[in-house]
Design a protein. Structure first.
Length: 91
């Protein structure tokens, strides 16, 4: 199964370069600097974990064998840290 196909050459796979170009142009229109597939991958993993997805499920989604790899992908949400600190450790 193919995720992205070309409209120029019907049902032909898009190349890596074509996907990167589409993401760069789309990002530029949206005001996102340095938009590329890997950035969207990192963002989706970060959002999933910050919204409560268990690390094991995020690992499977990303195809990672080690939790350390998934953790490196994610940016810590400081508001979430504060919320969980208050929820679990404050009296």
């Amino acid at each position: 199964m193919v995720l992205f196909v070309s409209i120029k050459a019907l049902y032909e796979r898009l190349t890596k370069t074509e996907i990167e170009d589409i993401m760069r142009r789309t990002g530029k229109c949206a005001g996102v600097q340095k938009a590329h597939p890997h950035r969207f991958r990192r963002t989706s993993l970060t959002n999933a974990i910050n919204r409560g997805m268990p690390l094991q499920e995020a690992m499977l989604m990303a195809g990672h064998a080690k939790p350390e790899t998934t953790i490196r992908y994610c940016t810590v949400d400081q508001a979430g840290v504060k919320y969980h600190h208050q929820k679990y450790l404050s009296e």
